[in-house]
Design a protein around this ligand. Structure first.
Ligand code: 5GP
Length: 114
């Protein structure tokens, strides 16, 4: 599998503002933010889509959500509220085929989403 744009970010081959990293995940500012706060939480394991998840990935998935929750608190958006989004495949708007969780905050969000 060739490196995704996010793996290249994690390897520092593409510049970005990485705000968090541990053995399983890393997080950085989205290059094209759709809200005042917009981070991506990405597993180091390069899984293309949510359809490719396996039973063994459940700890990793929990870690992604826990990391998002911690970053939301650190960035001061947890009390007002925030939205986590994982797009799966083109029909849902996925453009980078390395799963990632969007952490969106700093404004109100409509429901249902567009
Ligand atoms: P998706 O549409 O796949 O759910 O989300 C992909 C996200 O990755 C988009 O919000 C897009 O702005 C972001 N993105 C794509 N390429 C880069 C990049 O090179 N650097 C950063 N920081 N974000 C990127």
């Amino acid at each position: 599998m060739t490196d995704s744009v996010f793996t290249k970010i994690q390897k520092r081959e593409i510049p970005s503002n990485i705000i968090y990293e541990d053995e399983m995940v890393f997080a950085f500012e989205d290059i094209n933010p759709v809200s005042p706060v917009h981070f991506l939480i990405v597993p180091k394991k390069q899984i293309p889509t949510m359809n490719d998840l396996q039973e063994q990935d459940k700890i990793l998935l929990g870690h992604i959500l826990l990391t998002a929750s911690k970053i939301a608190k650190e960035k001061g958006i947890s009390d007002d509220g925030y939205r986590l989004v994982i797009n799966c495949n083109k029909g849902a708007g996925q453009t980078v085929f390395h799963i990632h969780c969007h952490l969106l905050g700093g404004r109100t969000f409509n429901w249902p989403p567009g």
